[in-house]
Write a protein that binds this ligand. Structure first.
Ligand SMILES: Nc1nc2c(ncn2[C@@H]2O[C@H](COP(=O)(O)OP(=O)(O)OP(=O)(O)O)[C@@H](O)[C@H]2O)c(=O)[nH]1
Length: 343
């Protein structure tokens, strides 16, 4: 943590946002920071809620409520969502606002959870509230972990002055267990090359299969088969229009459409391999056999040639990209802890 650790110690504000990946609410918590943060007012922002399963997100909110910890699922790309977070923060700072001329709010979280995206959105809201602020500086946002390398402060309010500090994502020096490491890698908080794309993809397949998620994709599978059948039938019907040059659809629309199509083929491949599987999902060796079959099915669905060098890595990369973009549906990787009521 080095310099950042020192800065955290020196200038921990009156309040911190702990921003967590909406799909890893627990694994993205930095246990090393908990003692320092526990004396501060704190709101846990569960970001990327658009990529998380809403029902399970409700259960996470109930869990944090039961721990008396303020928490709010947000989408850092949505102004109205971030606006709600700011309202909660202002409410929590109400007492302090009356006493202090300057307040600091830190945004703390592991890499790639969306801290900079959140800061940028807060800055936009603040600029519209206080149009005479200094020239807007934007935090850098990127799909790879470790984009933020400096600490940047943004003034978001006057009288009292409230500064929001963006920080580089900080990971604990050693990750508690392999599964937490894999979840962090799957969420993009650890560079893929550190763990290896293939290993992350194998873990994702294991999680999807043991939760039987692909069985929910039956309708996608049926529709994909129907479309394939229709394409085969159409090929037999000669049409003069086929001879005319085709007008290209706009690039963005067509690539979006293409990605949706690929995602459906991937879902269909995983549905058929899992529904045909007669082994025991609890048995690691049998699960491995299934995953091996699924890699082959994914390779076909993703149209990656057998001859391609490193075909397996290409399959893994594409599969992970679809999952991380939410194209395989919303998902939360962490299980909600069971709260035992003290009677
Ligand atoms: N779908 C979705 N994507 C988001 C959201 N917030 C951020 N992202 C994306 O997540 C990626 C990482 O966002 P950043 O804001 O750079 O994350 P960070 O926590 O500042 O990352 P570091 O600088 O590595 O610490 C980018 O591709 C963002 O566009 C969100 O609410 N929903």
């Amino acid at each position: 943590m080095g310099g950042v650790g020192k800065i955290l110690k020196k200038c921990l504000g009156e309040m911190s946002f702990n921003i967590g990946g909406g799909n890893i609410p627990l694994s993205s918590a930095n246990q090393d920071l908990q003692p320092r943060l526990s004396s501060k007012r704190r709101v846990i922002a569960l970001n990327k809620k658009d990529l998380a399963n809403p029902n399970i997100m409700h259960r996470w909110v109930d869990y944090f409520d039961s721990c008396k910890q303020d928490c709010l699922p947000i989408n850092a790309h949505s102004r109205s969502s971030v606006q709600k977070l700011l309202e909660l923060v202002e409410l929590k700072l109400k007492e302090k606002i009356a006493k202090e001329p300057t307040l600091l709010v830190m945004v703390v979280g592991v890499p790639n959870v969306g801290k900079s995206a959140l800061i940028n959105c807060i800055h936009q809201i603040a600029s519209s509230r206080f149009p005479v602020q200094e020239k807007k500086k934007r935090a850098k946002v990127g799909p790879l972990p470790g984009v933020t390398q400096d600490i940047a402060g943004f003034k978001i309010a006057q009288r009292p002055s409230i500064y929001v500090l963006d920080t580089p994502g900080v990971l604990v020096p050693t990750i508690a267990d392999i599964e937490t490491g894999l979840k962090l890698a799957l969420a993009g908080s650890v560079k893929d090359s550190v763990v290896g794309e293939e290993r992350i993809a194998q873990y994702l397949l294991a999680v999807l299969n043991t939760r039987q998620t692909p069985l929910h994709w039956r309708n996608v599978h049926i529709n994909t088969l129907k479309e394939l059948q229709k394409e085969t039938n159409d090929k037999h019907d000669y049409n003069i229009k086929d001879l005319l040059p085709r007008r290209q659809a706009p690039l963005v629309a067509s690539s979006g459409h293409y990605v949706e199509g690929v995602a459906k083929e991937v879902q269909s491949a995983l549905y058929s391999t899992l529904s045909e599987f007669r082994g025991d999902l609890e048995d690691e060796n049998e699960l491995e056999v299934l995953i091996e079959k699924q890699f082959e099915a994914l390779q076909k669905a993703l149209k990656i040639s057998n001859k391609a060098n490193e075909a397996r890595i290409m399959v893994s990369k594409k599969f992970l990209t679809l999952f991380r973009a939410g194209k395989l549906g919303p998902f939360i990787l962490d299980d909600v802890p069971i709260v035992t009521s003290k009677s």
